[in-house]
Design a protein around this ligand. Structure first.
Ligand code: DQA
Length: 144
């Protein structure tokens, strides 16, 4: 059975394509999900692609990934800058996780420079638009 990677998306990412396209680009989250499935195929794993606007859902899904997945790729959206709950959830699971952002959070407002989850992930990929997702799939493939 193919291993599964959970690709989890946080708040406002459902609005991709319509939301600030100058920053986030014109692709919808569904388009990015398709890109992820296509990129994962030759790497030999399946992708479980989800989005929520609710912090607790992300916590639940990280726990679920701890039981079911070989890896986690997480675009936490704004919760990445604020959420100790996401930090703790990632610490509580043994599977490797990668933090991603479409935009370069370090080149934006100061409040985006801090990531609460950076210390508990393998690494962060940001600033490559939708390619942040497919680069993270390649990176996680090295780990699992
Ligand atoms: C984001 C960056 C965050 O600062 C922002 O709150 C988002 C999107 C990104 O993918 O670039 O919602 O995670």
């Amino acid at each position: 059975m193919a291993k599964t990677v959970f690709v989890l998306n946080g708040p406002n990412l459902n609005a991709l394509g319509k939301r600030e396209p100058g920053i986030y680009g014109g692709k919808s989250l569904d388009d990015i999900g398709e890109d992820c499935r296509a990129a994962a195929k030759p790497l030999g794993f399946d992708v479980e692609f989800r989005q929520t606007n609710h912090e607790g859902d992300l916590v639940d899904w990280i726990h679920e990934a701890g039981d079911k997945a070989a890896g986690i790729i997480l675009n936490p959206g704004a919760y990445g800058h604020t959420s100790i709950a996401l930090h703790d959830a990632l610490r509580s699971v043994a599977v490797p996780a990668i933090e991603i952002h479409l935009s370069n959070i370090h080149a934006r407002e100061e409040f985006r420079h801090k990531s609460m989850i950076a210390p508990v992930v393998v690494g962060m990929i940001c600033g490559f638009g939708p390619a942040s997702y497919t680069l993270a799939l390649q990176a996680i493939a090295e780990r699992i």
